[in-house]
Unconditional design. Structure first.
Length: 749
């Protein structure tokens, strides 16, 4: 009995003297504690899961060398070597985890507001984090633009889920300014002009985009190139660590990504990715053989280097190639059978922190986007190439504790060329045209915080100009956010914007007449009022009313090639349109438990037009009629939940009451205006469910993505073509994606 008692005392003493480790795990983005993270000591096989506050404890370790491994689905696998020198030692760890598609860093990026980011509270915006971009962009099409289509107030154009274009609260995609690292882009998509039976994706992937910010109305003049909305996309830097690699194999594409630090001192980073898609084959298999076969590949490269502690050089290159094979069996030499296109974007940037309160950010960029189309015999039909050179700078000055002044300028050299071959007549010289112009703009804006940060004001002015257009609009913007209570904020905004079109259009007013050149631009006045209620730091309810009023102005001139004076007429309005309505959004953003949003948007979008022009001597405006963006009701919902350290569930539900596919106004024989009957697509409904499962090994990680699109098998219709039957315009529709299961594997090492 005495011996057993002594043995128990000895064992108790050993247990008391055993070493232990403990610590806390946080998210690198924002510093939020991470629960449901698996923490393992590889040499002993002991594993625990972090609590909701990110804390963990592992006891009963003997002295020695160990490897600590942290694993959570959606986050980078992390191993930390450590050693224990004696049985009384207690080691504490403070560890940050980075999402799969976020650069690895050992610092925490603390943001004052999880919904607003670093912008002034007076800016009306909705942003997507890197994790939300990945979860909402679908496994089938790893495309950030699919994630954008899940945001409140956003719908795929005409509810055509196969294409990447979208409308924003009644604004068409052509009026949305898309900025990639402060450079305005043309359509960055894998597609060709006038392809209706097909699909399109952006050249970007969720692995290389760090943040997306959508500003739907009354946005800062810094983003005032479009009169509809502004979309700001930021690419991420590579991790300043040892090289990391990811290989992904899916049903629609395969891609590779690598990243790491530059140099022994890790003063820079590199990131490179490449993707090969076979989405066209999958679309034809699931939707129908009459859809175009679209295949593509793309790649990007980003380099960044700190030449001094206060100066950084960075380079970003993005390029891709698209092939389109139409399904037609026609032998008509005028019919398009094949097409190809390219997209090239090169950007060089320089950031200089002149003082802790003064930052200069300069950039130079080149963009080229050529297309080519051929007939069934392989003969060229048309070639088009758009290109531009871009240069500009932004200067940010924090001239007071609560005052930030920002100014910027941009100069763009635009060029567009077009070649048309007469079908079936190879001896006839092709018709060619080429235009170019300089486009310049500048802005200045100031953000202020008053009354102990209860009031935020943002105000700015913008100046625009384009060579040979002859107009230089000056556009003001102001927005105010007022905290009426500790968790209640009122927001008001107004903005005026101008969208200067390029190139000018040219046409013949009548047979044997000289060509007429038309120049036009659009102006917009936008208003917004909102109230936002916070429930803690991670939850909010927002109600917003908005009004967007646009005018299109045009003028004509005789082309100088006719030998006649090219006198210009004065600008006159030819079209008015408006989009107004209200939006209700409930959102919770957290790295733990349930995260996501649900938004309902009510939109009234109308337009009219005038017949004034070179042929018409009198003009009157038609009555207002529904525009093609007049979808009355839409609902966008997204949710994500990390069930266990290795399993994450997410899903999104989309609803649209239906876009018009036939609308407008006409005049009868007596000259009276008549509204045409509005024909709408049926309601759009889609429910997607996704599950991510990961397996962690010593130095690598395997993740399986599984998703079911259109789980309810709803018959969503999309417009594919139109024609005239018995003198009436008829639009043909076809079903979009049926229920479609998809899967993908990702290897991280």
């Amino acid at each position: 009995m005495t011996g057993r008692f002594a043995t128990l005392l000895l064992l108790s003493a050993v247990a008391v003297q055993a070493a232990e480790i403990k610590g806390k795990v946080t998210n690198v983005l924002g510093g939020e504690p991470l629960g449901r993270v698996q923490v393992s000591v590889l040499e002993t096989g002991v594993a625990v899961t972090t609590a909701d506050d990110g804390a963990f404890v592992i006891r009963d370790l003997t002295p020695g060398s160990y490897t600590l491994r942290l694993n959570a689905v959606g986050y980078r696998l992390l191993t930390v070597p450590f050693s224990l020198s004696n049985a009384q030692e207690v080691r504490e760890f403070s560890i940050t985890l980075a999402p799969d598609n976020f650069r690895r860093t050992d610092t925490v990026e603390v943001r004052e507001d999880v919904f607003q980011g670093a912008d002034s509270a007076a800016v009306t915006e909705t942003n997507l984090t890197s994790s939300e971009i990945k979860e909402a962009s679908t496994v089938l099409a790893d495309d950030p633009f699919r994630a954008i289509q899940a945001m409140p107030g956003v719908s795929a154009s005409a509810n055509n889920e196969l294409f990447a274009e979208f409308s924003v609260m009644g604004a068409p995609f052509v009026n949305v300014g898309v900025y990639l690292d402060d450079v305005l882009l043309p359509r960055p998509f894998h597609t060709l002009p006038n392809v209706a039976n097909g699909a399109s994706l952006s050249l970007l992937t969720s692995e290389t985009v760090e943040e997306i910010k959508l500003m739907p109305v009354a946005y800062p003049e810094k983003y005032g190139d479009g009169v509809g909305a502004a979309l700001d996309i930021r690419t991420r830097d590579g991790s300043r660590t040892a090289p990391l690699f990811r290989v992904s194999v899916g049903m629609a594409d395969s891609d590779f990504l690598g990243e790491g630090g530059l140099g022994k001192a890790k003063r820079g980073s590199w990131l490179a990715s490449a993707r090969k898609s076979y989405l066209g084959y999958l679309v034809r298999n699931r939707v129908g053989d009459n859809f175009s076969d679209i295949s593509f590949y793309d790649a990007d490269l980003k380099l960044t280097y700190d030449i001094t502690p206060s100066q950084n050089l960075n380079f970003y290159g993005l390029g891709g190639h698209t092939n389109v094979n139409e399904t037609t069996t026609s032998t008509d030499p005028k019919v398009v059978k094949q097409g190809s296109g390219d997209f090239i974007f090169l950007r060089l940037g320089w950031r200089w922190s002149i003082t802790p309160h003064l930052l200069l950010d300069s950039r130079a960029a080149y963009i080229q986007q050529p297309f080519e189309q051929r007939n069934p015999f392989g003969d060229p039909l048309s070639r088009q190439s758009y290109s531009e050179w871009v240069g500009g700078s932004n200067l940010v000055w924090s001239w007071n504790k609560n005052e930030v002044l920002e100014s910027g300028w941009t100069l763009r050299r635009l060029q567009d060329s077009f070649t048309f071959h007469v079908p079936g007549q190879p001896t006839v010289p092709p018709i060619t045209s080429s235009t170019q112009a300089l486009r310049e703009d500048g802005y200045v804006q100031n953000a202020s915080s008053l009354l102990k940060n209860r009031v935020h004001i943002l105000g700015g002015l913008r100046w625009d100009g384009r060579q040979r257009l002859g107009v230089h609009p000056v556009s003001p913007q102001v927005s105010v956010a007022f905290r009426a209570a500790s968790s209640t904020e009122l927001q008001f905004g107004y903005g005026r914007y101008a969208q200067l079109s390029f190139p000018d259009s040219q046409f013949a007013a009548a047979p044997d007449f000289c060509p007429i050149r038309a120049q036009f631009f659009q102006e917009s006045n936008q208003y917004t009022a909102a109230v936002e209620q916070r429930f803690g730091e991670n939850t909010r309810i927002r109600v917003e009313a908005f009004d967007r009023q646009n005018d299109q102005l045009r003028r004509f001139s005789i082309d100088p090639s006719c030998g006649t004076p090219g006198a210009l007429s004065s600008f006159f309005p030819t079209q008015h349109d408006y989009s107004r309505g209200a939006q209700l959004v409930f959102q919770r953003r957290s790295a733990n438990r349930l995260s996501g949003w649900i938004g309902y948007t009510l939109v009234y979008a109308k337009q009219n037009f005038s017949l004034i022009g070179p042929v018409h001597s009198a003009s009157s405006f038609s009555p207002y009629f529904a525009s093609f963006e007049d979808q009355r009701h839409s609902v966008n919902a997204f949710a994500s939940y990390r069930l266990t350290p290795s399993i994450n569930l997410s899903g999104k539900a989309l609803y649209g009451s239906g876009f018009p596919i036939l609308t407008g106004a006409t005049r009868d024989l007596k000259g009276n205006w008549q509204l045409l009957p509005v024909v709408r697509l049926g309601p759009y409904e889609r429910l997607d469910i996704r599950a991510d499962k990961c397996w962690a090994y010593t130095h690598w990680k395997l993740t399986l993505y599984g998703e079911v699109l259109n789980l309810t098998e709803h018959n969503n219709r999309i417009a594919t073509s139109e024609g005239i039957v018995n003198g009436q315009i008829v639009v043909n529709t076809q079903r979009a994606l049926p229920i479609t299961p998809t899967a993908g594997l990702v290897f991280e090492f």
